[in-house]
Design a protein around this ligand. Structure first.
Ligand code: ADE
Length: 258
């Protein structure tokens, strides 16, 4: 998959692309990343990429022409591509969004700056506008890197054996269970015995209960979208958690109806 970043701060991307799994995926040719400097597509004498907003107001707005020219140059003919604008007024980026976007060959991530981009560029060229959360960053660069990071681990062959994304938080709709490694006792705290039992079903049961408990405590909103298998429901019922899950879902539903 190809990721194209359109930015006025190309240096932003240097170090994040040189570390860990992203670096390995790039070196192995599993993904290609191309950084495009929007400023190079500004045609005026001062290479301006922003200007004052019509109608007045604070800050600067990114001009449409350099963005459009930069985008045309980033597009590769014949690829199924998607143009994404990162901005605080976008739809929330989630694990589902990450999964969906892996269906394209090329993702073009437009990093907005200042007070936003000219609306006509968005209307003509942007397929979707995404926000990574309810806070305002100084620009879309970090958000675009978050999108790359979340997506890269879903691409075939990027994670090695034992690094599977299948049991991630969110991928199955629950927060992930806690993890332990050596030593068996740390500062007086012991690892749960069941993890040494060699009983895979018991370990799976323990982890399901941990996941559900954590999700109930921290993100009960996630439970409304969950469907548990009959076997899972039985485990939850035996542990006294099924009623709590149902109450949490009920509370979310009545919250929605308010
Ligand atoms: N640009 C500024 N804030 C942002 C956010 N929360 N998500 C995506 N892009 C942004």
């Amino acid at each position: 998959m190809i990721f194209d970043f359109l930015t006025i701060f190309p240096e932003f991307f240097v170090s994040p692309l040189q570390e860990g799994i992203i670096r390995r995926a790039l070196n192995d040719g599993k993904v290609e990343v191309r950084i495009h400097n929007i400023r190079e597509y500004a045609t005026d004498r001062h290479r301006m990429t922003d200007d004052r907003p019509f109608g007045g107001g604070e800050g600067m707005v990114m001009k449409p022409e350099p963005l459009a020219a930069c985008l045309q140059s980033a597009r590769t003919a014949g690829l199924r591509s998607r143009v994404v604008l990162l901005s605080p007024v976008g739809q929330r980026f989630t694990q589902r969004t990450a999964e969906r976007l892996t269906g394209y060959d090329q993702l073009i991530l437009v990093c907005g700056r200042y007070e936003g981009v000219d609306e006509r560029f968005r209307e003509r060229y942007v397929d979707e506008e995404l926000s990574i959360g309810d806070y305002v960053l100084t620009g879309g660069e970090l958000a675009a890197l978050v999108v790359l990071d979340a997506m890269i681990r879903l691409l075939p062959g990027v994670l090695g054996c034992g690094e599977s994304a299948v049991n991630d938080s969110f991928s199955c709709g629950l927060l992930k269970h806690r993890q332990y490694t050596r030593p068996r006792v740390f500062e007086g705290m012991a690892v749960p015995d069941v993890l040494f039992s060699g009983d895979h079903a018991a370990v799976a049961r323990h982890r399901l209960l941990e996941s559900v408990t954590l999700t109930l405590q921290r993100r009960p909103d996630l439970l409304s979208a969950m469907t548990f298998t009959p076997a899972e429901r039985k485990i939850l019922r035996q542990a006294g958690l099924l009623a709590q899950v149902e109450a949490a879902v009920e509370a979310m539903t009545s919250e929605d109806l308010k």
